[in-house]
Write a protein that binds this ligand. Structure first.
Ligand code: DGL
Length: 353
């Protein structure tokens, strides 16, 4: 009887060992923490007053021990700011660090914790400057870490799951919040308070992350990451591009200010299909005649600013933003200006990125 028991124990031991050895290795995910509400601390668990960027990456990870079941996680606090304060220098530092990490064989993906206010901008900048097909996923929170029903911990867990999923490779930079996966190019913050704030109003979300699994429905058809021509490896600055908002009785004074400040590009967030007030039009032509690029985007949340609708882009040498919102159009124009100042070549870039 004893021999039989010993044999059964031995078989179970060998089977258990075999299972542990045969289990697929966990993905190695590196987290770059930048601040934001996900690291925020509030005066109370139900109040709205809080300070962003108070907690470090170690404290964020302590709140989600389950992450260790789905990935081998390393991390660093690359900086600690509220995302409304992001600068070109921050973007360049972040993109260069991401490329350095993704070039390593022992890094399978990156998660970036970030404020939600400008997350879509950083995500699109990385979508155009990361030189790898490995997943890069941005996440954040709409409620501070000290809040009742804080959304940060599950968002961080889901972002790590998404970054570790083979299905996430080659899709460009992603945003994960509240269980949905969005593409960096089309994602935008649509609500100042809701945990479901990120949407892609023109193209729809790419998929879902739920119960430790990702499930994609869409693929981004525009060029991104390793398909992109933009190289910021050795850059320490970016071209200055500003945005001017269109509205009834608009005054050209803001366009004039950008011209006088030496800006290389102006994005006009027009009304309707990227239309421009007659009082502002001459100032934009003046900008063009000084070699400043002008992109027609729109303040309207959905639909493209199309070529040559009410505005003759060919005659005025304007660039149509198509379905990039003003803040995204600004990023593409900044990077386009690192390659060329030819408005027709830049228009071609707006057709493919
Ligand atoms: N200060 C805002 C930011 O850092 C808070 C918004 C958030 O992170 O959700 O973007």
């Amino acid at each position: 009887m004893r021999t039989f028991k010993n044999l059964a124990s031995l078989i179970l031991l060998v089977f258990g060992f075999a299972c542990s050895v045969s289990a697929a290795p966990l993905p190695r995910i590196h987290i770059l923490a930048t601040g934001g509400t996900i690291a925020g601390v509030g005066a109370s668990s139900t109040g709205s007053a809080y300070k962003p960027g108070q907690l470090g990456i170690d404290q964020l990870l302590e709140a989600v021990p389950e992450i260790n079941k789905v990935a081998e996680v390393t991390g660093e606090q690359i900086f600690t700011i509220a995302s409304q304060d992001m600068t070109d220098v921050d973007w360049l530092k972040l993109a260069q660090r991401v490329n350095q990490l993704l070039a390593r064989d022992d890094v399978d993906g990156i998660v970036i914790t970030h404020g939600t206010d400008t997350m879509e901008e950083t995500a699109y900048f990385l979508n155009l400057t990361v030189k790898s097909n490995k997943p890069v996923v941005l996440t954040g929170a709409m409620r501070p870490a000290t809040s009742l029903s804080a959304d940060g911990p599950l968002n961080l867990f889901n972002a790590v799951v998404t970054a570790g999923a083979k299905e996430s490779e080659g899709r460009g930079t992603l945003i994960v919040l509240n269980g949905i996966i969005l593409g960096a190019r089309d994602a935008t913050k649509t609500n100042t308070l809701s945990v479901q704030t990120f949407q892609s109003p023109n193209s729809g979300i790419l998929g879902y992350v739920h119960d430790g699994e990702v499930n994609y429905q869409l693929k981004n058809e525009k060029l991104h990451t390793s398909q992109s021509v933009f190289d910021i490896t050795n850059r320490t600055t970016l071209p200055k591009v500003g945005i001017v908002y269109g509205y009834a009785n608009a005054d050209p004074v803001l366009v004039e200010a950008l011209i006088n400040a030496g800006y290389e590009g102006i994005v006009h967030a027009g009304v309707g299909n990227g239309n421009i007030h007659k009082q502002v039009f001459p100032a934009l032509i003046k900008a063009r005649n000084k070699g400043i690029q002008v992109v027609r985007s729109s303040r309207v949340p959905t639909g493209p600013s199309t070529l040559d609708a009410e505005v003759d882009d060919q005659a005025n040498r304007f660039i149509a933003a198509l379905d990039l919102n003003p803040q995204k159009a600004r990023i593409l124009l900044m990077l386009a200006l690192t390659e060329t100042n030819d408005w027709e070549k830049i228009q071609e870039m707006f057709l493919v990125y």
